[in-house]
Design a protein around this ligand. Structure first.
Ligand SMILES: *[C@@H]1O[C@H](CO)[C@@H](O)[C@H](O)[C@H]1NC(C)=O
Ligand SMILES: *[C@@H]1O[C@H](CO)[C@@H](O)[C@H](O)[C@H]1NC(C)=O
Ligand SMILES: *[C@@H]1O[C@H](CO)[C@@H](O)[C@H](O)[C@H]1NC(C)=O
Ligand SMILES: *[C@@H]1O[C@H](CO)[C@@H](O)[C@H](O)[C@H]1NC(C)=O
Ligand SMILES: *[C@@H]1O[C@H](CO)[C@@H](O)[C@H](O)[C@H]1NC(C)=O
Length: 271
């Protein structure tokens, strides 16, 4: 008996936790597609529910400022400037017991952007180009083009290209880069049910030798430094010796200076 109670309590709490999508809510519009603004509305048409309040959510997060304690069965949410960031799943939630809610989908063209607009690779290495997408709905199809061409790059027909795509990311891998063939502009296109958006990546290919330049530069720098230090040391050594001996050209100079001073002093004394 106790077990039965526990199980039924568990079931009940499960039911309450998962607020039902209620057939008694009428949404208007049912869906928003390709619009720049919209007013979402929900009408709870079941009068027997006791409403304690309501709010709206966007992709599962409660929208700031949409919470209300008013026991109204009709609520609206205004979207003034719809972009990919405001697209997604909106829900009106009525705080009844249990709470009821319904979803309105706000759809925009996919937002497609290159991870980097300029990429580079070394000759015979591979080039990796990445585009990302956000917004709702995410692309169902991804296509890559080269240099404004109309025929898409086909995945895996040769060993040259491999395309890996998920709804929010596509990767084009180009094997065995060649300076003659692979430098250029690559376009990634993401398509959802509303249409297609593209972005562009410029690929540069450096020759193997060019990749060596920085290394050769460092080697040259080290050689020059070592030479300079060597020459400096060689020139400095005789100076040190003469300094210690207190003879040679430099001391002579100071002596002559001293003589000069002596002369002046002597002259002043005689005056
Ligand atoms: C909500 O639905 C009820 C029943 O269909 C209808 O009578 C009422 O006019 C609606 N309210 C609004 C604000 O649309
Ligand atoms: C491309 O082909 C590779 C293997 O050849 C596969 O793993 C990958 O899923 C394919 N990509 C697409 C977008 O079809
Ligand atoms: C892309 O989707 C995967 C799951 O499909 C997710 O793990 C990842 O965080 C998403 N990336 C971005 C940038 O949204
Ligand atoms: C790489 O491409 C060059 C021509 O650009 C070709 O001669 C060579 O055989 C290719 N190497 C591989 C491993 O495919
Ligand atoms: C959505 O709008 C864009 C331009 O704003 C247009 O190119 C596209 O065809 C529209 N899509 C639909 C399904 O109406």
């Amino acid at each position: 008996m106790k077990l039965l109670w526990a199980v039924s309590a568990l079931l009940l709490s499960c039911l309450r936790a998962n607020a039902s999508t209620d057939p008694n809510i009428i949404t208007y519009p049912e869906e928003v597609s390709n619009q720049t603004s919209a007013v979402l509305s929900c009408n709870l048409t079941e009068p027997s529910f006791h409403i304690k309040g309501s709010h709206w959510t966007h992709n599962g997060k409660i929208i700031e400022g949409s919470k209300s304690d008013v026991a109204t069965p009709y609520i609206v949410h205004r979207l003034d400037r719809i972009t990919y960031t405001s697209s997604g799943k909106y829900e009106c939630v009525f705080l009844t017991d249990p709470e009821v809610k319904k979803t309105i989908e706000v759809k925009t063209l996919p937002h497609v952007v290159a991870y980097k607009h300029s990429e580079h690779g070394n000759e015979k290495d591979k080039g990796v180009l990445v585009c990302l997408s956000s917004g709702y709905p995410l692309p169902t199809d991804w296509t890559w083009f080269k240099d404004g061409g109309q025929t898409p790059i086909i995945n895996g027909t040769t060993d040259k290209y491999e395309i890996k795509s998920t709804p929010n990311k596509t990767t084009l891998v180009i094997e065995n880069l060649s300076i003659e063939e692979d430098i250029g502009d690559y376009v990634c296109s993401g398509t959802n049910e509303l249409g297609t958006t593209s972005d562009r990546i410029h690929l540069r290919v450096r020759s193997r030798l060019a990749a060596l330049w920085p290394f050769l530069g460092i080697v040259a720098e080290v050689i020059i430094l070592v030479t300079i230090i060597f020459i400096y040391e060689k020139r400095r050594k005789p100076d040190e010796i003469t300094d210690d001996d207190d003879s040679g050209a430099a001391p002579l100079k100071t002596n002559s200076n001293a003589n000069h001073k002596d002369k002046n002093v002597r002259q002043r004394n005689s005056n």
